[in-house]
Ligand binder design. Structure first.
Ligand code: 3HC
Length: 742
């Protein structure tokens, strides 16, 4: 067996143990190339009578991240498929010991679960994350995991999709030992001991395992994973128990189709037999793999990774942020400070008044206490985080900050004044960011002596929880500033997406269009409950009116008044003192039992329709959905044409991460491609005529995409296969976006 440094699997024989090392960068995804190499290596080793055990290893960063996601679009995997490899490992003539380093995820963990034993490095991470791709484990994971860790933990891991630590894996029974370096000398010795069954019986995690009442057996004599039934016996004797265990998770599932499929497979594997479970698992896996819902989530996986590499951003230009500052101790300022402190960055909050500081800090404390009570953070973590948050009434406290984020009142003059003050107090090389959600970053920057160091970092509320940050590139933002803001957002665990300057950037600009249509639908005949239901049926957690009530209607009302803009229904509700949940009434009525439709609101809306002379009619769910989503797509096309977003996939990431667009619908631009651009454009034309609203006419980019799409048999996805292409590129650059079709 000869090895070269480019072989995806290398084989070394050391004292009778064959060490098979997978080396298929970047993450040992089990692509056809790696599967073939692994099958060949296993076959060669099986034919060598001198070999007593196999140590199956990967790279320090990844044992394996599972099946190759990029192969899923092409149909079922070419042979050898993953289940075949898994079976080879489980039925291997000598024990195979999986040595886990870095991540062992999805098919990678399934391969390891078929091994005779699993040893792992202390920092290894284990999981079956298929659910977040709209899938279920497809190589025996739904059958083997419950047999190793019991049905309860298996349901948690498969439906939750989270990674667990090596320590947790050991406690759960997924691992047999945690070793400093399982792939080297230590692991080889462990494998030898395991094969010989001569481990020290006083240390059951090394070479031996205890089965039941005090019996100690050499580990290699235990049955293969698929035949182990001790941990599933109780569930098998109690049919329906898996469904009961999974009910709460199913109710919260982001992709209910994949969750239900996973539950069916686990149930069959536990309540019937491993073989029956494997049959159901394979069938459901193939069904999900071919589904639109999984396609959408795989698109998002790629789009998120593409968004990490913004155009014209050199990550090497980023400056390390050792200390940060926040202006404003309101809900946003406090949330941003918490997010920074949670990542270990000391942060000082500056406010104009002590009372505001006290209130802000009290809110931070309250949040931290609540997260300790919910178990999402330990008491000591909470204390450490709090210790990193300082406060001051003086901008001089920012003297040593590398970056300051302004999170003050949403008013251009207020922000310009703050930036002018900051300019005088911070170091000349400090980055200045505004958390504005609508305002013009260039106008804010213009009030400073160094506009190059200004950018927008638009967090979403609550900032300590929501993953999205729109990183706003101003006209003068320099390379270091942009790279530093972007890197900081990643460092604190957020999903940053670079956007350009316009009113509301990408997310709120599209939201505004949706809100206008939602209000308009009320005037034409719909009621809030009907509109909201269409969006919750589509997959949103909440519709626009329930969301408005939760956020408080008065904020938008005040903004509209300042801008001289009207929203007749929302304005009338506010004039009647109905500000939403906080006043017990808004679009809905609220009482102890929650939200309910309110006849008074129906009456109020009907009165406004009449006074404006808008005839009321029955509006179908289909029209409501199209009226809410298609204008957003249209606005997305304008955003692409203007170069405000780099790629259509960026827009999708923004809407999924910041506005809870259902991941299984892939984001608005992906959805547009699924509906078909010709249909989206035709319906927009229809609604423009019906409502006499010219803004609903298809934007140039959308109209031309629709023409191409209708003409080409290839589908002409102008928004970009996998969301990587920008509309501009598809049509030959920004100039072409407004001119005739290229
Ligand atoms: N298949 C193909 N490519 C993958 C991959 C996979 N399973 N996992 C990661 N990659 C690629 C990424 O696309 C990225 O490519 P790029 O450099 O061209 O952008 C590269 O590997 C590095 O990935 P990340 O940028 O995400 O690196 P991180 O260090 O941040 O994260 C990771 C690494 C934790 C492995 C993360 O990539 C991840 O979670 N991967 C997905 C894991 C997963 O979902 N596995 C299940 C697959 S489905 C399956 O196994 C089905 C089976 O049951 C039959």
């Amino acid at each position: 067996m000869s090895n070269s440094s480019t072989d995806p699997v290398s084989v070394e024989i050391i004292d009778g143990v064959a060490r098979l090392t997978m080396n298929h960068p970047p993450v040992n995804a089990l692509s056809l190339r790696l599967r073939k190499a692994l099958a060949d290596a296993l076959s060669a080793v099986a034919a060598d009578p001198g070999i007593t055990a196999v140590l199956l290893a990967g790279q320090p960063k990844a044992f394996s991240a599972g099946a190759d996601i990029s192969e899923f679009g092409a149909g079922a995997g070419s042979p050898p498929d993953l289940p075949t490899l898994v079976a080879m490992v489980e039925d291997f003539p000598v024990p195979v010991i999986a040595a886990l380093t870095g991540v062992a995820l999805g098919g990678g963990l399934e391969l390891a679960m078929a091994a005779a034993a699993r040893i792992a490095a202390p920092d290894a991470r284990l999981g079956l994350p298929e659910i977040s791709l709209g899938l279920l484990p497809g190589a025996g994971g739904t059958g083997r995991l419950p047999r190793l860790v019991g049905p309860e933990r298996a349901v948690e891991m498969i439906l939750g999709g989270q990674q667990i630590s090596a320590d947790q894996g050991l406690r759960d029974g997924l691992l047999d030992a945690v070793l400093a370096d399982p792939t080297s000398e230590e692991g080889l010795l462990w494998a030898t001991g395991f094969a010989q069954g001569d481990g020290d019986p006083s240390q059951p995690s090394v070479g031996v395992a205890s089965h039941g009442e005090g019996t100690i057996e050499p580990l290699h004599r235990r049955p293969p994973t698929r035949q182990r039934e001790d941990k599933i016996a109780a569930a098998r004797a109690n049919p329906g128990s898996i469904a009961t265990l999974a009910a709460a998770r199913l109710a919260k599932a982001k992709d209910p189709f994949a969750a239900r499929a996973a539950i069916d497979a686990i149930t069959a594997g536990v309540e019937l037999s491993f073989e029956e479970g494997a049959r159901v698992e394979r069938e459901k896996f193939e069904e999900r793999r071919a589904s639109a819902e999984s396609g959408a989530q795989r698109h998002l996986f790629a789009a998120e990774r593409a968004a990490r590499k913004p155009k014209n951003l050199d990550p090497r230009a980023a400056k390390h942020v050792a200390r940060a500052g926040v202006v404003g101790a309101g809900t946003m300022g406090g949330g941003i400070a918490m997010a920074l402190a949670a990542a270990g960055i000391p942060v000082t909050i500056v406010e104009a008044e002590q009372q505001a500081l006290d209130r802000g800090l009290a809110r931070v404390r309250e949040n931290l206490t609540r997260s300790v009570e919910h178990g999402s953070r330990s008491e000591s973590d909470a204390q450490n985080q709090l210790a990193l948050i300082g406060t001051s009434l003086d901008y001089a406290a920012f003297a040593d900050a590398d970056l300051v984020i302004e999170a003050a009142f949403e008013d251009l003059q207020v922000k310009r004044d703050i930036f002018a003050t900051l300019d005088r107090h911070v170091r000349p090389d400090a980055v200045l960011a505004s958390n504005t959600s609508y305002l013009d970053i260039d106008q804010i920057a213009a009030g400073t002596a160094h506009p190059g160091r200004v950018l927008g970092l638009h967090f979403f509320s609550p900032a300590n929880v929501m993953p999205l940050v729109e990183v706003v590139r101003g006209a003068k933002t320099d390379a270091q500033t942009l790279a530093t803001g972007f890197a900081l957002a990643r460092l604190i665990g957020k999903t940053p997406v670079v956007v350009g300057v316009c009113h509301g950037f990408v997310g709120n600009r599209m939201l505004e269009v949706r809100s206008q249509q939602a209000e308009r639908l009320l005037l034409e005949g719909a009621l809030p409950g009907q509109v909201d239901k269409v969006l919750t049926d589509f997959g949103f957690r909440m519709g626009p009116f329930a969301m408005g009530d939760m956020a408080g209607l008065d904020i938008g009302w005040r903004n509209r008044k300042a801008q001289g803009v009207k929203a007749p229904v929302s304005d009338a509700l506010c004039e009647a003192g109905r500000f939403g949940q906080k006043t017990g009434a808004g679009y809905y009525a609220y009482d102890g039992r929650g939200r309910r439709d309110d006849a008074a609101v129906a009456e109020l809306i009907a009165g406004i329709s009449a006074s404006l002379g808008v005839p009321r009619r029955d509006i179908s769910a289909e029209e409501i959905l199209e009226r809410l989503t298609f204008p957003m797509i249209n606005e997305g096309a304008r955003i692409l044409a203007e170069g405000i977003a780099d790629r259509s996939g960026d827009i999708d990431v923004i809407w999924v991460k910041g506005y809870n667009w259902p991941a299984y619908r892939g984001g608005p631009m992906w959805y547009a491609d699924q509906v078909g651009l010709p249909r989206v454009a035709a319906r927009l034309r229809h609604y423009a005529e019906q409502t006499e609203d010219e803004s609903l006419r298809p934007a140039g980019l959308l109209a031309r995409g629709a023409d191409d799409d209708g003409a080409s048999t290839a589908g002409g996805l102008i928004f970009g296969a996998a969301g990587q292409g920008s509309g501009q590129e598809a049509l030959g650059g920004p100039a072409a976006a407004n001119g005739p079709a290229a």
